[in-house]
Design a protein around this ligand. Structure first.
Ligand SMILES: [Zn+2]
Ligand SMILES: [Zn+2]
Length: 115
């Protein structure tokens, strides 16, 4: 039997954190998408704010409070929001060129709409 490394094929998860592999997360993710009717909630918010955009379907579920900072909220439905790729990138300025200060501002704004 070969002892080949079975890494490459099996780990193309977008988020590499083991948290995302857990069954509980998969269930919760599905519940969030269902609650948001599969639509990107940031697109919907912008639409309501009068941007005149066409809302896109959500492609992932994002943690409003990052798991790294609030692991206790990781599996809370009200800490999840369905987003499209484009809006999700905006929620993660640390992946782009934005400063950390911008990230804090975004988080504070999101906190307001928490139920
Ligand atoms: Zn969007
Ligand atoms: Zn995210």
């Amino acid at each position: 039997m070969t002892q080949a490394d079975r890494g490459p094929g099996g780990r193309d998860y977008k988020e590499s954190d083991p948290f995302y592999h857990r069954a509980a997360w998969k269930r919760l993710r599905a519940a969030a998408l269902q609650r948001d009717q599969g639509m990107c909630q940031e697109c919907m918010r912008r639409l309501r704010a009068g941007y005149g955009i066409r809302p896109r379907r959500a492609t992932m579920v994002h943690h409003i409070e990052p798991v790294s900072e609030r692991p206790d909220l990781a599996l809370r439905l009200d800490n999840l929001v369905s987003l499209c790729d484009e809006c999700h990138n905006r929620m993660h300025p640390e992946k782009g060129a934005r400063e950390k200060a911008e990230k804090v501002k975004t988080r504070n704004r999101m906190r307001v709409i928490k139920v």
